[in-house]
Ligand binder design. Structure first.
Ligand SMILES: Cc1ncc(COP(=O)(O)O)c(C=O)c1O
Length: 414
């Protein structure tokens, strides 16, 4: 019998690398962001008015930009300490104490990162053992589920409902308690729904986390952008600072998305674990952003308040307009998104968003980009300038009158 040809000497086809076979399975299986897909399409079109973006329509306040320019002029172009400039960490400590009432030690309990995005990634990688579960309210910010998967964990979305103003209910959370759950990822005010966890609910949720010995990852990036009542951090509740990592940053309230500056505050051992990941993967956040960050935190309060008031006016305008057009919609308590229902119009959120884009040249994000319970909704950001919101509303109402003649006509409905 002929011996089987040696695999290297037999008839070998030329090796053509297909690239994809090298990609790790958990990365290959990760779906692309629904927002990205949609906005790739938007990029190919002209004359679009976009309510899709998740960033402030305004530019960074001038005094903050000036500090970045000044730092550059002084030749500050090097690395900083891995955990961030000491001046910035002290400023963060004072800011967080003003915002949440909780004091963090700038030496051991604060890590400066490249946006909240990096802070979240470091935290997940620092705490998750393969297969451990992370809970979060869904619809959720698009990065939560993939972030958990990339840390080799299992994301578990806890569905919330329009009828319940998308609130995370303590009793529903308690039903998810089982061995293998490591942490709760909390986001209040929330993207994409604008919902804030109520004080009584927050206490109940904190109680469950203490009972089940869960870590809490609290994404408080919209803490300054609240319209009805001030934000309350779960870390400020009894026995919670010890088990909570709080995330915040400059992207939203300070209109500094492109500076890429955020931070995590939490128990020293968890921050130390995150520092290990951060120092090997990122080294440090950009120095110019850190210099600008000191200015933002020390002298930015008046500008933040002025922007918050403008968001509030824009929220009221867009909410009134969408409601008048027949969209069932809650007025969000925080962040800068409306999450109206499209139930009266008989289309899926993707169909609705695609038609609105193609036929009216208005971009919004289909609710399913934020998880399955986002079906039947759209995310409409009120962060763009007022003139853009007015243009979008004008186009939307003309399109609605044509496409859904009765439902979108307030006179016909009354
Ligand atoms: C809830 C939430 N967390 C985190 C981020 C990312 O923030 P950063 O720009 O600080 O990375 C966003 C951005 O949209 C967000 O909405």
């Amino acid at each position: 019998m002929e011996p089987a040809p040696h695999p290297r000497r037999g008839k070998i086809l030329p090796f053509v690398p297909d690239g994809e076979s090298w990609v790790a399975r958990h990365v290959r299986d990760l779906p692309r962001s629904g927002i990205r897909d949609f906005f790739d399409l938007v990029q190919t079109m002209e004359g679009i008015v976009s309510l899709g973006i998740g960033e402030p329509g305004e530019c960074t306040p001038w005094n903050i930009r000036e500090q970045a320019i000044f730092a550059l002029e002084l030749g500050k172009t090097g690395y900083t300490s891995n955990i961030g400039l000491p001046r910035l960490r002290r400023a963060i400590s004072r800011y967080m104490e003003r915002l949440t009432g909780v004091r963090y030690d700038p030496e051991e309990e604060i890590l400066v990162t490249v946006g909240v995005s990096e802070a979240l990634d470091c935290a997940l990688r620092a705490i998750v053992n393969p297969g451990e579960q992370i809970l979060f309210a869904e619809p959720s910010y698009v990065a939560y589920s993939p972030g958990v998967v990339l840390a080799h964990g299992v994301p578990v979305g806890v569905p919330t409902r329009f009828e319940d103003t998308f609130r995370l209910r303590a009793e529903e959370l308690a039903e998810k308690a089982r061995p293998g759950v490591k942490a709760l990822l909390l986001n209040s005010p929330a993207n994409p729904t604008g919902t804030m966890v109520k004080e009584e609910e927050l206490e109940k949720i904190a109680g469950i986390c203490r009972r089940e010995n869960w870590v809490v990852l609290s994404d408080e990036i919209y803490a300054e952008l609240t319209y009805e009542k001030p934000h309350r951090s779960i870390a400020s509740l009894p026995g919670m600072k010890e088990r909570t990592i709080v995330f915040n940053g400059l992207s939203k309230a300070f209109a500094m998305t492109g500076f890429r500056l955020g931070w995590a505050c939490g128990p020293a051992p968890l921050i130390a674990a995150m520092v290990k990941i951060h120092q090997y993967s990122m080294l440090c956040a950009p120095i110019l952003s850190q210099e600008a960050g000191v200015e933002a935190l020390e002298h930015g309060a008046a500008e933040v308040e002025a922007m918050r008031r403008i968001y509030q006016k824009k929220r009221n305008y867009l909410w009134r307009s969408l409601t008048a057009l027949g969209f069932p919609c809650h007025s969000p308590e925080g962040a800068f998104y409306l999450f109206p229902s499209i139930a009266p119009f008989g289309l899926s959120s993707k169909e609705f968003a695609l038609r609105l884009l193609r036929e009216a040249l208005v971009a919004v994000v289909p609710g399913t980009a934020f998880g399955p319970s986002g079906e039947g909704h759209l995310r409409c950001s009120f962060s763009p300038r007022m003139e853009e919101l007015e243009e979008a509303v004008g186009r939307l109402s003309r399109w609605m009158r044509k496409s859904f003649p009765k439902k979108s006509d307030p006179a016909a409905r009354s």
